[in-house]
Design a protein around this ligand. Structure first.
Ligand code: SF4
Length: 140
């Protein structure tokens, strides 16, 4: 990472990092695009993604990280299920089978990109203005 930062300063260029290491993301990136099953599901500044995230996959990903208080015996929170088969991708939202907020529409139609804030977007039906409330969806 030091070498990349050095090169970036020397030639004044942008760098695209593709990583699963959210520590590297937090420490290096200005903007973050979260991908699931080959598509960007949420994009925004690093602050947006870590503190104002809106997509259930981003939220689940961040919940699965250990915190500085996590002890050796503590189990980390895993995202249930497995990623979809990309040879036969699902019709609707690719995260539907693993999402605790999944609705019927999620399995039928891929969600469009919704504006969450300035320069912050996410593809999730929960962001549709007509989306039922958690109570209406039967969630707590
Ligand atoms: S579109 Fe539906 S299944 Fe996909 S992340 Fe949003 S709530 Fe979950």
């Amino acid at each position: 990472m030091d070498l990349l930062h050095f090169i970036q300063g020397e030639i004044n260029t942008a760098i695209i990092l593709i990583t699963h290491d959210l520590g590297v993301v937090a420490g290096s990136a200005d903007r973050v695009a979260v991908m699931y099953a080959g598509r960007i599901v949420e994009a925004g500044t690093t602050q947006d993604i870590f503190y104002r995230n809106a997509h259930p996959y981003t939220q689940a990903l961040l919940k699965s990280l250990p915190s500085p208080d996590t002890t050796r015996d503590e189990k980390l929170t895993a995202i249930p299920g497995t990623p979809p088969d990309l040879i036969n991708p699902p019709v609707g939202c690719a995260f539907a089978a693993r999402c605790k907020h999944c609705m019927k529409l999620c399995q039928e139609e891929y969600p469009p990109e919704f504006q969450v804030g300035e320069g912050h977007t996410a593809s999730c039906w929960l962001l549709h203005p007509d989306c039922p409330t958690p109570e209406e969806r039967g969630e707590k």
